[in-house]
Design a protein around this ligand. Structure first.
Ligand SMILES: Nc1ncnc2c1ncn2[C@@H]1O[C@H](COP(=O)(O)OP(=O)(O)O)[C@@H](O)[C@H]1O
Ligand SMILES: N[C@@H](CCOP(=O)(O)O)C(=O)O
Length: 320
């Protein structure tokens, strides 16, 4: 569920009066998503998404996220763009929470991941990276390598209840990955999406029709974004890697932005880092989400499987 805040009709009407969208035809709460409250708005001007930003997104960072979306969509990336109100401002307040309207994107997440879907995803990811070049403001990755050990420590050994020995194993894996992590300035960096999972990519007739959910986006290594996608898209049963899906993703990406030899050489450590990052945030949520919460907790061990696979032979699997 992702409707944490309901809006009385008179508050909505007053909010919409600041826009040039015409009268409201219909409003529906959107069940998908976990972080924010999302509504599908239908006005005389067409469809749009109304988002009320809930606790986990820091209000002071919203101008950066909205600015990046505006920058990328105005340069042709298929992603939501903030709708500007009559006073020229996109980020507003509704029900005492930050709120914004963004454009609606057609399409749906893909039902079954195929090599050609991965190719199309790779192309979109590379375009994101190239088009992000002109967006100068930066945002540090709050879930980057230096955050992993504190995140593990904050779980206070709870991982061992999911898998005996997991805490120590992760402690050692983090240390090993940090030792090999590319030094600052050695690989191309820029704006990355950082959470481009299958639920955040819409498809129409087999091709990507839109990228959504920019609220983990940050400034980091471009190849790390590809490493996140290799984890999220190329393990169809959550444990076994698919060579065909990886080839599709790598091929699509490199058809738009070829990786440098240094980026290729770093990919084995970047995929391990990406597996650790999602394992840890899922573990944190596993420990800290009340059992009766309506949100479905995601399985941390799915990323332990991936980490094991990468540690075994990332170089061979990725052909780098
Ligand atoms: N621009 C958009 N166009 C169409 N649907 C959208 C758009 N943005 C969000 N949605 C819908 O809202 C859902 C939740 O959005 P998302 O940004 O993933 O929320 P959360 O940040 O809460 O996880 C998506 O799965 C999708 O169905
Ligand atoms: N993609 C992350 C969780 C973040 O969820 P989202 O709904 O905001 O994309 C994971 O799978 O662990």
């Amino acid at each position: 569920m992702a409707v944490y805040t309901t809006i009385p009709p008179e508050r909505l009407e007053a909010f919409l009066a600041d826009y040039d969208l015409g009268p409201l035809v219909q409003i529906d709460g959107i069940a998908e998503g976990v972080e924010n409250t999302n509504y599908l708005l239908e006005t005389e001007a067409g469809r749009a998404i109304l988002t009320l930003y809930e606790k986990r997104v820091r209000a002071e960072e919203l101008p950066w996220f909205l600015g990046l979306m505006q920058h990328l969509s105005s340069r042709g990336l298929k992603c939501p763009t903030p709708v500007i109100a009559r006073d020229g401002v996109a980020l507003r307040s509704l029900m005492d929470k930050p709120a914004a309207i963004t454009t609606f994107l057609p399409g749906r997440p893909i039902a079954a991941i195929t090599p050609s879907a991965c190719f199309s995803l790779g192309q979109s990811l590379a375009r994101f990276h190239l088009l992000g070049e002109g967006f100068r403001a930066t945002r540090r990755n709050a879930l980057g390598p230096e955050a992993w050990k504190p995140l593990l420590d904050s779980c206070k050994g709870a991982g061992d209840t999911l898998r005996p020995g997991l805490t120590q194993e992760l402690d050692e894996a983090i240390a090993a990955v940090l030792r090999d992590w590319p030094r600052e300035g050695t690989l191309p960096a820029g704006q990355i999406h950082a959470d481009l999972f299958p639920d955040n990519v819409f498809f129409q007739e087999g091709d990507v029709s839109g990228l959504i959910d920019f609220y983990f986006a940050c400034t980091d290594l471009l190849a790390y974004d590809l490493a996140i996608c290799l984890n999220a898209w190329c393990f169809p049963d959550e444990a076994t890697p698919s060579a065909a899906l990886m080839a599709g993703l790598m091929g699509g990406y490199q058809s738009v932005r070829p990786l440098s030899p240094d980026e290729k050489a770093a990919l084995p450590v970047l995929v391990q880092g990406a597996a650790i990052r999602f394992l840890l945030t899922r573990l944190y949520d596993w420990v800290n989400t009340p059992r009766d919460a309506i949100v479905t907790r995601k399985d941390p061990l799915a990323y332990h499987h991936r980490l094991t696979v990468w540690r075994d032979d990332a170089k061979g699997l990725l052909h780098v």
